[in-house]
Design a binder for this molecule. Structure first.
Ligand SMILES: Cc1cc2nc3c(=O)[nH]c(=O)nc-3n(C[C@H](O)[C@H](O)[C@H](O)COP(=O)(O)O)c2cc1C
Length: 752
């Protein structure tokens, strides 16, 4: 007998004379050493006890019974010898029937003999043997089937050993073979068929029907195409399908035998074509898998882990405890299905966290800054009276006023919060800060709001200039009232008045979050942007065009983005206030960030939804994860032509108001030249919070922001002692298909 070291199928040997056994052992020894295990006496004792359960064990009675049983045969030739070629073990065993009798004896009467007999006729197919292995072994241990078919093309990695029952010597061996070997180490008489190429169109018929039709399919594989293919086949043949997904012990049962018209996976699979699902990337897989598994139904830890896949971990986590428990549940259901004790189809959870809840819950509630009520007309009138602004001749007709307002509200705002309210009174246009809309973690000191109002003023200037009018602007005309941010009026010009930008360009300004391939910034475009600043003595625009430098800055900016997402208030702002998840929601509210304008892939949207759970984020913070949150912005910056940093020489609100005017000019000009423009601002506003009072930040966050600032200044010393008011990226890409909306003008304006 010669065996390769990989051969795992045991061979059943029978000897009638002791000398035959001896010959066999010596010929095996000639090849290499072997181990002989002979516990037949003990096994027979066990058999005796099983056959005589009513009698206390008595050695003398057993000896008489044994003599009779052996009937002059030498003990060494009783039953069979099992040869395990890979391990080179020769094991003496009871003959099949007696072996089964003893090995299933302790099943009784949780499983009756009649049931055990029925089960011995059943054929169970299992595909996917990372989780399936434990299920297969549980079924084999119970002898819950007479034949088990195992399909998996994959081999064992060291990283499988956290949940797969095998040895370190099995690494690189096929999972189906290893599973069969584990079963045969328990029960060499059990019929096991191995499909080591995994299930595919070429062997699907053999797997499902050859010899006998499967009575149950247990589907535990990762490949989406195979999941679909196998279910189609099972449905066609009327074979029930059982799947256990070990997060929260999710069980899916599809009784195609009882309900031939049942849609695949309770209708969650739709009519997916297996051909289209082959060889998908992890990211693509997620987009198909999530609707099947149900994103919201995942455990918080699983969601947190999902965020880390292909960032700090390479694949989904699976625990031995969950796999073992799931296998127990699956083996139990398998038996009940095969015995027709269970007829149910559907989705079920055996969630230990729900069944044994923890009385002390993680504290997740956080306090949002209170939103003040919307400004009321009477209030505004009082503010205006207090400001005592001179009445002015009304130089604009009604249509012009309406157009002026349209231009004003086309200004950008952080999170598209549109933090403004307008009041026309005696030839002046007053702009108020509508705090109700702006209150947020990022709008520290209302800096973001002031930047937006600066942009509103610039838009008003462009529009006024287009009418041949000059614009006068007084910021904070009443120093004691910060709600009244600006008062504008118009003046006839006797000379030529013109703006470098047109009204049409103003209305074409927008945020474009798309990206394609990086293209160097055109020198003409660069010059044009710097020229806009040239005439303004206070602002400074740093354009970073070098790819390596941009990468360094991207690291800083994305670290701040991550920090905001993980910060409880920042998180709540983004997920509960800012994002508009559906078209309907975006159209109804007409503010916030429409998900469609984020230009995310399906997988990125899923990740965003996962990140929407505060509990998930608490887990992510606990293991210091979240690197994945940096991916998208890093990707878009890498595809950009430059990062722009607008800075001012003074650190007060004026820096933001005047900075806002400048920002708007740069933004409109960029768009007019065909450059896509996207702000990337979290860093500057979080930094402002950190260096001013640090409220709302914990020590770690505070120190991180200061460290990021120091890194930036080390790289760009010209930014030292300057207030960074705005950061953005520009590049060449396609037009964004969706534009941000604005609230109805009527809700933002009061006229006398
Ligand atoms: C102060 C400020 C900060 C902003 N920060 C970001 C940002 O960090 N990321 C981003 O994608 N857009 C940012 N934006 C863009 C706004 O979301 C955008 O202006 C708003 O949704 C309106 O859309 P629009 O610019 O297309 O008119 C910011 C805008 C302003 C004025």
């Amino acid at each position: 007998m010669e065996y390769t070291t990989l051969q795992i199928t045991p061979e059943i040997l029978k000897f009638t004379q002791a000398v035959e056994l001896e010959e066999c052992i010596s010929s095996l020894k000639e090849i290499s050493p072997l181990k002989v295990f002979d516990s037949i006496q003990l096994q027979l004792k066990d058999l005796y006890k099983c056959l005589h359960p009513q009698l206390p064990f008595a050695a003398a009675a057993f000896e008489i019974w044994l003599k009779d049983r052996l009937a002059d045969k030498p003990l060494s030739c009783y039953g069979n010898w099992i040869w395990y070629p890979r391990e080179r073990d020769l094991v003496h065993l009871l003959p099949e029937e007696e072996f089964i009798l003893v090995r299933t004896n302790r099943n009784k009467y949780k499983i009756t003999q009649q049931e055990q007999d029925i089960l011995s006729e059943k054929v169970v197919g299992i595909i996917g043997l990372s989780v399936g292995q434990t299920v297969a072994i549980a079924i084999a241990m119970e002898r819950g089937a007479g034949e088990i078919r195992l399909a998996d093309f994959d081999t064992i990695d060291l990283s499988n050993l956290n949940r797969l029952r095998c040895s370190i010597t099995d690494i690189d061996l096929n999972k189906a073979e290893i599973c069969a070997r584990e079963i045969w180490r328990i029960d060499p008489y059990l019929k096991v068929r191995i499909f080591k190429e995994g299930l595919h169109a070429g062997n699907i018929d053999a797997f499902f029907t050859e010899g006998a039709k499967l009575n149950l399919l247990i589907e535990e594989c990762d490949a989406l195409d195979i999941k679909v293919l196998a279910r189609h086949k099972a449905k066609e043949l009327g074979i029930p399908v059982l799947m256990e997904t070990n997060d929260r012990c999710l069980i899916d049962i599809e009784r195609f035998d009882l309900e031939p018209e049942r849609p695949l996976l309770h209708g969650l699979m739709g009519d997916l074509d297996p051909e289209k699902l082959k060889g998908l990337s992890q990211e693509e897989k997620i987009t198909y898998l999530m609707p099947m598994v149900g994103l919201q139904a995942l455990s918080e830890r699983m969601k947190a882990s999902m965020i880390e896949v292909q960032s700090s971990i390479s694949s989904w986590p699976q625990l031995a405890s969950a796999v073992t428990m799931g296998a127990g549940v699956a083996a139990d259901l398998s038996r009940k299905i095969l015995l027709n004790e269970s007829t149910v189809s559907g989705r079920f959870y055996v969630d230990l966290d729900e069944l044994i809840p923890q009385p002390i819950q993680l504290k997740t509630a956080i306090e949002l800054e209170i939103r003040p009520a919307l400004l009321q007309e009477q209030e505004l009138k009082t503010y205006i009276n207090k400001a005592r602004f001179e009445p002015r001749p009304d130089l604009l007709d009604e249509i012009e006023k309406q157009n002026l307002l349209k231009a004003c509200i086309h200004a950008p705002s952080g999170g598209n919060c549109q933090p403004w309210k307008f009041y026309f009174h005696q030839g002046n246009l007053y702009i108020f800060h509508e705090l109700h809309h702006s209150v947020s973690m990022l709008d520290f000191g209302h800096f973001g709001t002031y930047l937006s109002i600066g942009a509103v003023v610039e838009n008003a200037r462009i529009y006024a200039n287009s009418l041949g009018l000059l614009l006068n602007c007084s910021y904070f005309p009443d120093a004691s009232n910060t709600m009244l941010v600006a008062a504008l009026n118009f003046e006839k010009s006797f000379g030529q008045v013109g703006h470098v930008l047109t009204v049409q360009q103003l209305f074409e300004r927008h945020t474009n979050r798309l990206f394609t391939i990086r293209k160097e910034l055109d020198v003409e475009h660069e010059k044009a942007l710097l020229d806009l600043i040239g005439s303004n003595r206070i602002g400074n625009l740093t354009l970073i065009k070098d790819a390596a430098e941009m990468k360094e800055v991207a690291e800083i900016l994305t670290e701040a983005e991550k920090l905001l997402l993980l910060n409880p208030r920042g998180h709540q702002d983004i997920f509960e206030r800012e994002i508009r998840w559906t078209k309907e929601e975006a159209e109804a509210k007409r503010d916030g960030i429409d998900l469609a304008t984020l230009n995310m892939s399906k997988a990125e949207v899923i990740a965003l939804k996962v990140a929407g759970s505060r509990k998930v984020m608490e887990w992510v913070s606990k293991f210091d994860g979240g690197e994945a949150f940096k991916k998208n912005t890093k990707k878009v910056i890498a595809a950009s032509s430059a990062i722009g940093i607008l800075s001012m020489p003074f650190q007060n609100v004026e820096a933001y108001l005047h900075g806002g005017e400048l920002m708007e000019r740069i933004w409109i000009k960029s768009n007019a030249m065909g450059l896509a423009f996207q702000p990337v601002t979290q860093f500057s506003y979080l930094l402002a919070r950190a260096v001013n009072n640090g409220n709302g930040l914990n020590r770690v966050e505070y120190e991180k922001l200061i460290e990021l600032k120091n890194q930036l200044i080390l790289r760009f010393p010209n930014l030292n002692q300057r207030e960074i008011v705005f950061i953005f990226r520009i590049g060449y890409t396609e037009k964004t298909p969706v534009m941000a909306m604005r609230r109805e003008i009527e809700t933002m304006v009061i006229k006398d």
